[in-house]
Write a protein that binds this ligand. Structure first.
Ligand SMILES: Nc1ncnc2c1ncn2[C@@H]1O[C@H](COP(=O)(O)OP(=O)(O)OP(=O)(O)O)[C@@H](O)[C@H]1O
Length: 446
């Protein structure tokens, strides 16, 4: 494990040398400076998580230096060193954003534990920020395209459901836009400026689900070398999207139900529960009512999730949207390089007559292929025939020369197509686990 990095600034030469050595002995990596010179540069070069700053220094004092450091590195945790009896100064520092203070001469075990706590806090903050950045897309990511009657109704329902805070269960085949609908609900709700966290229940290995959902404490199991915030807690105040809820193992369903029922989570290895406030949107391409009868979905969890139910129609039930969707995707993909790309009417007609078992996702992928492979800027019927229809037939017929990875990608695509995007069925047919299917999908950018 990497050693926590500490930036230590103190003008007292003897104390700085002695304490720096002690900190090194405690297994911290230390960058020690006598004054503010070089401190901001050290943020980039040394990347500390904690700064230990003497409060009283000539020229630039600890408080001022803390502000300068925080302007560049907001996650940096600052511990200030104060002289004996300087409580008002310490309080001032805490109010200005210091993590904690130590009074000189501080016992070494207190120095160690304070810095260790500050380090953990800094790491957690950074992880949270990354997580939120990862899962949040701007509201433009939530534009639902479609002018067919089913889509007009869906958009209206989405807006109405967004306003209340009730949980919504979103049903529909793979690739119909369930995640997009969830993002749109979140973006129109009063939680819009809070996190939107996606949890793909099918992609989590069973052994890690509890720790991913609820977090864990340091030392909770082998390899848990520090505590970790779970995804449900990362969504606190916002919305959590439980994608592929039908894939959540039966053994995990009671724990999730408890968390949703009482708004409480218990990280693995923690003695106490923590309160969370999340709105839950869940989606599945499977029939959850059938799941109750067949025994893979708990009835109580179903009722908890399905205060409201939204059905996203398959593309074959709204073929009049195909042209608009294809044009929108083409425009988004080619606008920057040449705004003149269009579909010739015959090409669009061919696209509209095609079956899209993988729904909007498959259509979007086909447009990507056309935008990349066709000569353009007008996409002709011949392009659609060559780059979309033929390549699909080829997969089922004789294969051109492919390397092993291409072959694997094609086998996966074809299995998904045969099962209308049902990843579990495709995994079963290919004889691999569901997690492998997810890994390969992301590996090949499918
Ligand atoms: N109505 C729509 N307008 C614009 N883009 C759409 C629409 N529906 C789906 N898409 C796009 O199609 C792709 C698949 O959509 P999404 O991931 O929301 O489907 P899904 O139903 O959640 O799929 P899965 O069940 O496989 O997780 C995304 O890139 C999404 O942006």
């Amino acid at each position: 494990m990497k050693r926590p990095r500490i930036l230590f600034v103190d003008d007292d030469d003897v104390l700085r040398r002695t304490l720096a050595r002690e900190l090194e002995n405690m297994d911290f990596a230390v960058h020690a400076l006598p004054d503010h010179h070089g401190a901001v540069d050290a943020l980039e070069e040394f990347a500390p998580t904690v700064a230990l700053l003497d409060l009283r220094m000539p020229e630039v004092g600890g408080l001022d230096l803390m502000r300068r450091l925080h302007a560049v590195a907001p996650d940096l945790q600052v511990v200030v060193l104060t002289g004996h009896g300087a409580v008002p100064e310490a309080v001032d520092a805490m109010r200005s954003g210091a993590f904690d203070f130590l009074t000189k001469p501080a016992p070494l075990d207190l120095v160690e534990s304070t810095i260790a706590r500050a380090h953990c806090h800094s790491v957690t903050l950074r992880e949270n920020r990354n997580l939120i950045r990862l899962v949040q897309r701007g509201p433009e990511g939530a534009t639902i395209v479609g002018e067919s009657q089913p889509m007009l109704e869906l958009r209206e329902l989405t807006t109405r459901m967004a306003k209340g805070g009730a949980n919504v269960l979103i049903l529909g085949e793979s690739g119909t836009g369930k995640e997009l609908v969830a993002r749109s609900i979140h973006a129109q709700s009063d939680r819009a400026d809070k996190p939107f966290v996606v949890i793909n229940c099918g992609a989590l290995p069973e052994s890690l689900i509890a720790s991913e959902l609820f977090g864990h404490e340091k030392g909770a199991f082998t390899g848990a070398d520090r505590s970790k915030v779970g995804l449900l807690e990362a969504a606190d105040g916002g919305t959590v999207f439980l994608d592929e809820i039908g894939e959540l193992p039966l053994t995990m369903q009671p724990a999730l139900l408890r968390a949703l029922q009482f708004g409480e989570i218990q990280p693995v290895g923690a003695r106490h529960t923590r309160t969370i406030d999340v709105r839950v949107l869940a989606a599945t391409h499977r029939d959850p009512v059938e799941g109750i009868t067949e025994g893979w979905f708990r009835e109580d969890l179903y009722y908890r999730l399905s205060a409201l139910v939204l059905n996203v129609p398959a593309l074959r039930d709204r073929p009049e949207d195909i042209g608009l969707l294809a044009r929108t995707f083409l425009d988004a993909q080619t606008r920057a390089r040449d705004p003149h790309w269009t579909f010739a009417p015959a090409a669009l007609e061919l696209m509209a007559r095609n079956e899209w078992p993988g729904n909007v996702r498959e259509l979007e992928n086909a447009v990507t292929r056309l935008a990349t492979l066709a000569a353009g800027p007008s996409i002709e019927a011949g392009d659609v025939e060559r780059h979309v229809l033929q390549s699909r037939r080829r997969v089922s017929g004789e294969l051109p020369t492919l390397d092993l990875e291409q072959l694997e990608g094609l086998a996966l695509q074809e299995a998904l197509r045969r099962h209308a995007g049902d990843k579990r069925a495709a995994a079963a047919e290919l004889g691999v686990s569901l997690t492998t299917v997810y890994n390969k999908l992301s590996k090949y950018g499918l």
